[in-house]
Design a binder for this molecule. Structure first.
Ligand code: NAD
Length: 421
């Protein structure tokens, strides 16, 4: 089953607990539009190649479309639509005034020179300039794109449209209207979700044995942007990160891992500095309190789910648990905090950036961190309260929260009467 089908099933499970009507439900089954283009690009050596590119604009019910752009040789229209679908509920769950979208170029980013990367990024904007804009659709970085890409894209859009439309992309460099703390936002946001769950009000809900804060153990799959920043914040706050893996392998140290030393070593292409070597498979089987898939989709499947011992799973990656694995975990009393809540910190800080750009304002990192914390805490509280009031899994509760907000907006549009004529 694809990630989109899995996500739609999660939505199905939530539907019966919402006030959403059948018509809104039907509207949410499909993207409003997916635009596909072919981009011809001349390479540095003079040859011309064509690249397929997409922008899926899934829902505009809550505001301008919003979603990242990824570069990948394997990305497909289905994947882009699945990710845009997830954005619909993520943006609603975290309560930012955005609809949802996602974009992609089918390209192996490692095959491009720096200049080719810049050229292709700008050509993407040439192709989509009329479909995006600060009030229409706001791209951001995703896999293999970063703040440099956003700087190029902003500049190209500005050349085409004129003026200073800074809010057209988020995740820009600070020098041209970006916001401090955007890069760490998803990892830190995930930590703030956890922090709320570990507060005295919700501690009993998450089924972690009564332990001192510095005895709570964490294992993380993925040591990229999200995994690293999440690990760093956990470490800083005193939680014990005992295992980390990346695409190749990982380490385990019962006494806790030095996150910065690992980062330096891996960035330099070196081996893990200390600890016992483990594989990705072994990471999922560890006897830890919190397991954090922060790398790829479908990391937890029916093949490895039975071995999972952690009582609490935080989905920092997008779609890391398949539907059947998710059901198995829930039936076995595990708590899964879903991606649409856990990794919403990135889009949350993107909203701060967009807001800042519209007012030609400048936020400090302290302001960003404090507002992010408030927003993640508030969303976590709302989700857990729904989960405990309705006695439903946390994932279902997150979709209920998101669906109700979307349903309310749809109702205000007045379509129901139109359809009933
Ligand atoms: P990244 O490319 O910076 O890092 C990915 C990490 O996962 C790397 O350490 C890599 O070695 C590891 N990895 C890759 N394939 C693996 C495999 N098969 N097994 C184990 N580890 C593997 O990516 P990121 O930005 O940290 O994103 C991670 C996840 O979080 C993705 O699912 C992404 O969609 C999601 N996400 C990211 C953001 C963001 O702001 N970066 C926001 C929301 C969701």
């Amino acid at each position: 089953m694809s990630m989109l089908e899995d996500s739609k099933k999660h939505l199905n499970n939530a539907f019966k607990y919402t006030k959403v009507d059948e018509e809104t439900w039907e509207i949410l089954q499909y993207p409003e539009r997916t635009i596909q283009v072919t981009i011809p690009m001349r390479h540095d050596d003079g040859t011309l190649k064509t690249y397929k590119a997409f922008r899926c604009q899934y829902s505009s019910l809550l505001g301008p479309y919003k979603g990242g752009i990824r570069y990948s040789s394997t990305v497909s229209r289905d994947e882009v639509e699945a990710l845009a679908f997830l954005m619909t509920f993520k943006n609603s769950c975290i309560s930012v005034p955005f609809g949802s979208s996602k974009g992609a170029i089918v390209v192996d980013p490692t095959s491009l020179t720096h200049r080719e990367n810049e050229r292709l990024s700008k050509l993407y904007i040439d192709a989509f300039a009329d479909f995006i804009g600060p009030d229409k659709d706001i791209p951001a970085p995703d896999m293999a794109t970063n703040e440099r890409t956003m700087g190029w894209m902003y500049h190209e859009y500005q050349l085409i449209k004129g003026g200073h439309p800074r809010g057209v992309v988020t995740g820009k460099p600070v020098a041209i209207g970006g916001i401090p703390g955007r890069i760490s936002a998803t990892g830190y946001g995930g930590y703030f979700v956890l922090e709320k769950l570990l507060s005295s009000k919700y501690k009993s809900y998450i089924k972690i044995k009564e332990k001192a804060f510095n005895e709570i153990t964490v294992a993380i799959q993925g040591f990229g942007n999200v995994g690293f920043h999440f690990a760093k914040k956990c470490n800083k706050k005193g939680l014990k990160v005992v295992a980390i893996t990346d695409k190749i392998d990982g380490i385990y140290d019962v006494n806790g891992i030095d996150i910065d030393a690992c980062k330096m070593a891996r960035d330099a292409g070196q081996d893990w500095p200390v600890g016992q070597k483990i594989t990705n498979k072994e990471l999922f089987e560890l006897d830890v309190d919190i397991l954090v898939p922060a790398a790829i989709e479908n990391a937890i499947t029916i093949e490895n789910v039975e071995k999972i011992r952690a009582p609490l799973i935080l989905e920092l990656a997008n779609g890391p648990t398949t539907l059947d694995a998710s059901k198995y975990l829930e039936q076995n009393g595990k708590i899964i905090v879903p991606d649409i809540l856990c990794n919403a910190g990135g889009v949350c800080v993107s909203f701060f950036e967009w807001n800042q750009n519209r007012k030609f304002d400048k936020w400090t990192f302290k302001q960003v961190d404090s507002e992010l914390r408030k927003k993640m805490h508030k969303a976590t509280k709302s989700v857990i309260d729904i989960s405990s009031n309705l006695n439903i899994p946390i994932r279902t509760a997150a979709y209920v929260l998101a669906l109700n907000r979307i349903g309310e907006a749809q109702e205000c549009h007045g379509n129901r009467d139109f359809f009933k004529q």
